[in-house]
Design a protein around this ligand. Structure first.
Ligand SMILES: [Zn+2]
Length: 307
């Protein structure tokens, strides 16, 4: 975990993959951007308090999208502070209508709590984070409600799960629709048109080489379009690792049976791999163990990736 003051009193908190990275604006009226995963809340709370920010005084939370690793602390912080929460108007609709499917929570069997959302953000709107103005740029593809936040003056981009340094976030075509890859391509074009000095992503390290990240992302997406099975493989790998993070490891014997009870695993294997559940699971596990992404200990398996 790393805490970086990216602008005076505006802090970037780098987490891992279970918890999205998040931001804290320290003042009498603190503002947060994203709040990690629900199980990571004790750490989130400590990290924020460590900056001298009192959670009961938080005035506003801005969410980059409604996925569980970005909204996990919302409910607890709102209960304590009565803060307003702002999310893209489509995400607000999902939250207002208690739609646990469009948010992906039920599809992936993730833990999350609904909260009350006062503000629906629109493309082009400017949100104030203390003295810093961030333009809301609507960037769907990864999620229907995805936004990035851009500060023109400092050329800072908060890119969430739209642009990472070396990889793309998981594509959930079943929920986002078959055009999702094209939508994400268009969202990357929007980012390309910005003058950006530093990118703070939703997961992983900050980076400055935007063109290289865009090129890598586009290459991945072109590969997805050329061979959709790659989307299936990427999804199976990422979500199994994510599941191991959420559950803090699993009993090796029962993980496969558990996955067979989840909507996403069965459906992804049906969609891309003709229902070959066990071979797909074994392939993924074999490659994880070989690469050291997953380790065995006393009949249990764990991921070595930082949660
Ligand atoms: Zn996401």
């Amino acid at each position: 975990m790393a805490v970086i003051e990216i602008l005076p009193d505006l802090f970037f908190i780098q987490r891992g993959y279970l918890n999205g990275n998040h931001f804290v604006y320290r003042s009498e009226d603190p503002v947060l951007i994203d709040t990690g995963y629900i199980a990571g809340f004790p750490d989130t709370e400590k990290l924020i308090a460590g900056l001298g920010v009192d959670l009961s005084r938080v005035r506003l939370i801005i969410n980059t999208h409604c996925h569980c690793d970005h909204i996990g602390g919302n409910r607890a912080i709102q209960d304590r502070s009565g803060c307003e929460i702002a999310i893209h108007e489509i995400g607000k609709y999902f939250i207002d209508t208690r739609d646990a499917w469009s948010t992906w929570w039920r599809y992936y069997v993730q833990e999350a709590e609904f909260f009350s959302c006062a503000i629906g953000l629109k493309d082009g709107q400017v949100v104030s984070v203390g003295p810093y103005d961030f333009k809301v740029i609507y960037t769907p593809g990864h999620s229907a409600d995805g936004i990035v936040l851009y500060n023109e003056q400092e050329k800072v981009l908060i890119s969430s799960d739209i642009l990472w340094e070396n990889d793309v976030a998981v594509m959930t075509v079943r929920i986002e629709g078959s055009r999702a890859v094209f939508s994400l391509m268009e969202s990357l074009d929007k980012i390309q048109s910005l003058d950006v000095k530093m990118v703070y992503p939703g997961h992983g390290n900050p980076f400055s080489d935007v063109d290289s990240a865009l090129e890598k992302a586009r290459k991945r997406l072109r590969q997805f379009l050329e061979n959709p099975k790659r989307i299936g493989n990427d999804l199976i790998k990422k979500i199994i690792v994510y599941t191991l993070m959420m559950k803090q490891g699993a009993d090796e014997e029962s993980l496969f049976d558990y996955l067979m009870t989840t909507p996403w695993f069965v459906e992804t294997v049906n969609l891309y791999f003709e229902g070959n559940y066990r071979p797909k699971y074994d392939d993924a596990m074999h490659s994880f163990l070989k690469r050291g992404v997953v380790k065995r200990k006393d009949g249990r398996i764990f991921t070595t990736i930082k949660p």
